[in-house]
Design a protein around this ligand. Structure first.
Ligand code: SIN
Length: 538
């Protein structure tokens, strides 16, 4: 048994910023699935949206976020995040983060533009913003004496007073309080019991549930699935953001072409060189992501082409190479010189606007359990996230959650500790059917892409729901009979994420933001101007 004050599950911007803040007050254990820096944060290209320009204002940023969110943002949350953003960014700079600047002032940022923003407000480090932030945070947590980092660990289930050891199914009379997690040590294959006074879920999203995604293999929605199994409310899972521009190349796995490229003036063109966004939005290439992704999807379906193209060849090649060194170099490895040729692109699953429902402090409806970053649904994004608002949200909520956790920690310190049962694997065998895991992984990702993608219908959703139910049944049988592995845990989680997206999509009989249903193509404010909430029934 490992005992800690604060258990942080995940090592992206949300988990590491939180860890640094609470480490001043107690012992922190960070668990992460691979190496600490292998996170979605480290891949973020575009930047962090925040108000620094003299011509910008909090009101403008609030208005743009609300417009993108298509009626479902919580305005108090939007205001709080926007107003606290600049302070959180200054903290990062003070930790050592180096963003592109205009002049010598350390906060005189060179501000980029992205879709849906009425002003230039994207703070960036060329096209490697996430890596810059991750590197600074990793080096700070590695030096902190109160922080222990456990790599190659995969959380299996949360431990709550009201769950049984293995299934997470048995309820008792106790209130639901989180006391840590069972964690698979992938080095030894053993499941450890980690007891914690406060637990933070910062595991990112679950876009790996789709066949095509900009996300790394680790994005399997572990935090969302664990919280749901433990009884937390999950919100707005139907709103999956498809990024319009991912590189289309047989050997390019998950490579994003940042929206900042369009922000710097790139055009979207079809195979014949025609700019097509004029047919879809007066904002052309800088319309919100849902609009651009649906436009591309429509062009591809209409023409039968494999991809459309992003063209920045009309810009000065030196500027392009300097502004987008990562994208330039990566495309060149596939034989595409972006200063001379248009880039073949397709939309791919990118970000989950839904997640574990939290309050303004990132607290879930399970006591002592917080969720921050893409794992959470705070109310900031509504039905569609404004570009570059996600790193911002993670920074602001990590701060709020840390402040609130300290109070939880003090309360918990006064209570007597609970005896946690160790993980029970009696009567389980070594797995002999790895094919069940790989087959179901593939099937889920393909059916989610085909039936629950950018354009949906109730018929497709029901078809997907039936298949997911069968797959989940198989997974549960396997889960009970065999020793667990990292792949099995991720499969089980991705199946829950699929279940939640489908269930939520079926509950929303309208089209809004990122959710487009052919059977209900209009918005229905009278009946659906609210979040979709799902909670497990025990
Ligand atoms: C991008 O660089 O296009 C991604 C930024 C974001 O998802 O906010």
């Amino acid at each position: 048994m490992i005992e800690t004050d604060f258990l942080v599950i995940g090592s992206g911007v949300a988990g590491l910023s939180y860890a640094l803040k609470v480490a001043e007050f107690g012992r922190v254990t960070i668990i992460t699935k691979k190496k600490i820096y292998k996170t979605n944060t480290a891949l973020a290209q575009g930047g962090v949206a925040a108000v620094f320009s003299k011509t910008d204002s909090f009101e403008n940023h609030v208005a743009d976020t609300l417009a993108a969110g298509d009626g479902l943002c919580a305005e108090d949350v939007v205001r709080m995040v926007v107003e606290n953003g600049p302070e959180r960014i200054r903290e990062l700079v003070d930790l050592g983060a180096q963003f592109n600047l205009n002049g010598d002032g350390k906060y005189d940022f060179s501000l980029g533009r992205e879709g849906g923003h009425s002003q230039n407000r994207i703070i960036h480090a060329r096209d490697l913003t996430g890596k810059e932030i991750e590197d600074v945070l990793v080096s700070s947590v590695e030096q902190h004496e109160n922080i222990t980092i456990l790599e190659n660990r995969v959380a299996v289930n949360l431990i709550t007073y009201s769950t049984s050891v293995r299934s997470g199914l048995v309820r008792t009379q106790h209130e639901n309080i989180c006391c840590g997690a069972y964690v698979l040590d992938n080095n030894t294959g053993k499941v450890e019991t980690v007891a914690a006074k406060v637990t933070l879920l910062a595991t990112g999203g679950g876009s790996k549930v789709y066949l095509y995604t900009s996300n790394p293999d680790t994005a399997t929605g572990d935090g969302i699935a664990m919280a749901y199994r433990a009884g937390a409310t999950v919100a707005n899972m139907e709103f999956v953001q498809f990024h319009p521009t991912c590189l289309f190349h047989p050997e390019a796995k998950n490579f994003l072409i940042s929206e900042a490229v369009r922000g710097e003036g790139a055009y979207l063109i079809d195979e014949t060189g025609n700019r097509f966004m004029g047919k879809y939005s007066p904002d052309l290439e800088l319309a919100c992501r849902d609009v651009v992704a649906r436009a591309i999807d429509n062009e591809l379906k209409k023409t039968g082409a494999d991809s459309v193209f992003l063209d920045i060849t009309h810009k000065d090649p030196d500027f392009v190479r300097e502004r987008f060194p990562n994208i330039y170099a990566k495309c060149l490895t596939f034989g595409i010189d972006i200063t001379k040729q248009p880039i073949p692109i397709v939309p791919a699953a990118h970000y989950m606007c839904g997640g574990v429902a939290t309050d303004l402090n990132g607290h879930t409806d399970i006591q002592s359990l917080y969720a921050v970053g893409e794992t959470a649904c705070t109310g900031l994004h509504g039905a569609n996230r404004l570009a570059s608002n996600s790193l911002l949200e993670a920074l602001v909520y990590a701060h709020n959650a840390a402040q609130s956790s300290l109070k939880e920690f003090e309360k918990a310190a006064k209570k007597s500790t609970v005896d946690l049962e160790p993980w029970d694997e009696t009567n389980t065998l070594d797995g002999d059917e790895a094919i069940m895991v790989t087959h179901n992984w593939d099937e889920i990702r393909r059916l989610m892409w085909n039936y629950v993608g950018i354009v949906r219908s109730d018929k497709r959703l029901h078809r997907a729901q039936r298949r997911i139910e069968m797959i989940q049944h198989e997974i549960e049988e396997y889960y009970w009979d065999f020793k667990i592995t990292a792949d099995l845990i991720e499969l089980r989680n991705i199946a829950v994420v699929a279940e939640l997206i489908i269930k939520s999509a079926l509950m929303r009989k309208e089209s809004r933001g990122l959710h487009y249903n052919l059977w209900y193509p209009e918005k229905d404010d009278a009946n659906y101007l609210m979040s979709t909430l799902v909670r497990k029934t025990f």
